[in-house]
Structures are given as C-alpha cells and as structure tokens.
Design a protein around this ligand. Structure first.
Ligand SMILES: Cc1ncc(COP(=O)(O)O)c(C=O)c1O
Length: 360
C-alpha cells in the first residue's frame, strides 16, 4: 500500500482536528503579500467567463510565460499547479529507475511510485549543511532513467548554480538520463539568472524545468504552474496525456495578470529579502536550535538540543495557534527537524515569541 504524504498548508484539516480557528500558518511557503490587486481584479472581471470551457491552447498565457522567463512558447506546458506536471511527466516517460535527492519535495517520490519505478536516493548530508555532493550525484545517476532535482531545494534551502546544473545535465545526457529541475521557489530570488536551468533548455533535450506559480504569486488554492522542455516529442506526449481543460478560466487570467504585475514582483522580492534575513538572524539568537541558512522563504531548523521531537514541538506551537511543518516524514531527515515559512513582520514576531517561550 502507498504511504500517505503530509504537506504543509493543511489549515482546514488541522482546524477540524483541533477545533481551533484563526491558526497562523507557517507550514506552507506562500508569499505573505497575498494576492496582488491586479490578480484579484482579473479574477473578478472574469467570473462570468466560467460558464465557458477554458482555452485549451492557452496561447496568451504561454506567450507571457515565454517572455517573462525567456523560454520558447512551444516548449511550454501549463499545469493545474506544478505538481500535476510531475505526474504527467512520469506517466509519459514511464521511468524504471528514478534518482532523488533526500530530503526533497515528496511528490517526486509519489509520482515515481505511481508508475512503479525503483527509487534510489542520493542523500544530502546534515554534516555538509545538506549541500549536494556533485561527485556522488554523478556516480549515482548512471543507469537511472530520471533524476529529480529541486532548486532551491525544499526543505533545506540549498541552491545549485547554473554552472553546476550544466555539468549535471551533460553527465545525465551522456548516461541516457532525463533530468527534471524544479524551480518552484526561484521567483523569490533576485539574481535568479545565476541559479536557473532555464537557459540550458535550448541545448539539452533531456531537461525539463518545472516552475510553480502558486508560491510567489500566492495562488495555491487556484493552482497554476508550468514546465518547459525542448524535446518536442515529450511536450506533445504530455499535452496528449493530460486533461485538455486542466487549467481553469480564472487560473489562466490570474496567471496572466500576475506575470504582468512587475510592481508586485519587485516589491515582493524586496520585502522577502529583508524579512528572510530578519527571521533568520532572530532565530540564530535562540539557544537549543540549529538554524540552516535560507535562500528563499522557508527556514529549516534542527531542534534536537531542545530535548523535544519535531512532533512534540509542533503540538506545542499548535497550542499557541501556530502551524509549523514537522519534517520528520522527509526521507533523509531525523525526527528533530522542523521548517517554518517567512511571513509578515508581525506574524514572524508572533512566531519568534512562541518559539522562545517553548524553548525557555
Ligand atoms: C518544490 C516544490 N515544487 C512544487 C510544489 C507544488 O507546487 P504547485 O502548488 O504549483 O503544485 C511544491 C509545493 O509545496 C514544492 O515545494
């Protein structure tokens, strides 16, 4: 039987279980600026259009994604969230062997299991601050069909540079291995051109770059993401394997408005940069926890020295009305890891106070 996977953001479920309302959610990594005004307006303006089926070609949205991320429009496939595309890709490529780094986002594992692939893990070691060993990865990808990489990595926040990715993708190609690079948190990074694999698409047919639009644009309940691959056959087979109306009318219009809103994007990045530093620096002042340096809007913490497990810590935070992510179900992490999102200054201060009280 397949194992159940837990994710952050299960606010309704936790409310039902605990009877608590108005919980502060630090378990999902969503832009705390919330919906941009223009996205809200686009949704309101298009509400009457939900009496029609969505545009199956999504050309307007694809063209906007193409110009925003400098990817050829014909290489793009749009999904009902990025996660949908992970499943469609596995369904289409039918890998027998899948290589995952651990810890990483759990849906790669679940999608691989859904097509009965054999999974191998390349462990990111705590003693190396969870930095990927390129040498180990290169050895491990021999005889693999698909490698999944998450960059920036969730939950560790570790980041690979484009030049490392180039090397990985080329080694994979030489070994007949397809590479999926998940850049779902890349929009939070100002100098993303140093880390993104999107420029590699043109020259590497064995590369699929995945990108969620639900994190940075705060649309997880609406669902929107895209992927890109320069292998026309892969994109075509994915198009043919999906629900033709997978991206609803409002999500298409919201995506267009979001990508057109440069002010929201600039303000969000500026705000997040200082707030990430603030929360990180304040957490470093706490004794009995080890805080890993974040690159984007979430922070991994080892609480072993507190004498509590992540599950106990999570329950204590919940008593204070705060949801955090217990990371003990990530392969490659012990029962002492938690992850917190970076939110608004007021919310971050509430989180810090709660952590201080629990640790004192
Ligand atoms: C690394 C990563 N990729 C993809 C997703 C899912 O994105 P979406 O909401 O677009 O399906 C998540 C959600 O937590 C994630 O952490």
């Amino acid at each position: 039987m397949q194992q159940e996977y837990e994710h952050g953001g299960a606010v309704d479920k936790i409310s039902r279980q605990t009877g608590k309302e108005n919980l502060l959610d630090f378990s999902a990594n969503i832009n705390p600026k919330g919906l941009s005004k223009s996205v809200r307006q686009a949704i309101e303006n298009n509400i009457d259009n939900i009496i029609h089926y969505p545009d199956v070609e999504m050309m307007e949205l694809k063209n906007k994604i193409s110009s925003s991320y400098d990817i050829a429009a014909e290489d793009i496939i749009v999904g009902n969230g990025a996660v949908e595309l992970i499943y469609i890709l596995c369904h289409v490529l039918q890998p027998k062997k899948v290589l995952l780094t651990a810890p990483a986002f759990s849906e790669y594992e679940r999608a691989a299991q859904s097509v009965n692939a054999q999974i191998t893990y390349c462990n990111l070691l705590e003693k190396n601050n969870f930095e990927l060993s390129l040498a180990s990865l290169i050895v491990a990808l021999k005889e693999q069909d698909i490698l999944f990489l998450c960059n920036p990595n969730n939950p560790t926040g570790t980041l690979l540079e484009t030049q490392d990715l180039t090397m990985i993708v080329e080694h994979a190609e030489a070994n007949g291995c397809f590479v999926v690079i998940d850049e779902s948190f890349m929009d939070f990074i100002a100098n993303s051109e140093e880390f993104s694999a999107k420029p590699l698409l043109k020259n590497n047919h064995n590369l699929f770059v995945l990108h969620s639009l639900t994190k940075f644009f705060a649309l997880p309940g609406l669902r929107l993401g895209f992927g890109a691959c320069h292998d026309k056959e892969v994109v075509k087979r994915m198009q043919l394997s999906k629900d033709p109306w997978n991206v609803n009318v409002l999500a298409q219009k919201a995506g267009l408005a979001a990508l057109n809103d440069n002010t929201y994007q600039r303000r969000s990045r500026n705000y997040m940069r200082s707030e990430i530093n603030y929360l990180y620096e304040e957490l470093l002042q706490q004794k009995k926890i080890k805080v890993y340096k974040p690159s984007v809007n979430y922070i991994l913490i080892n609480i072993q020295d507190s004498g509590m497990t992540a599950s106990e810590f999570k329950d204590k935070m919940l008593d204070k009305g705060i949801i955090i992510r217990d990371c003990s179900n990530y392969p490659g992490l012990s029962e002492f890891f938690i992850r917190v999102a970076v939110r608004t200054r007021d919310e971050n201060d509430v989180l810090l106070e709660a952590i201080e009280e629990i640790l004192s």
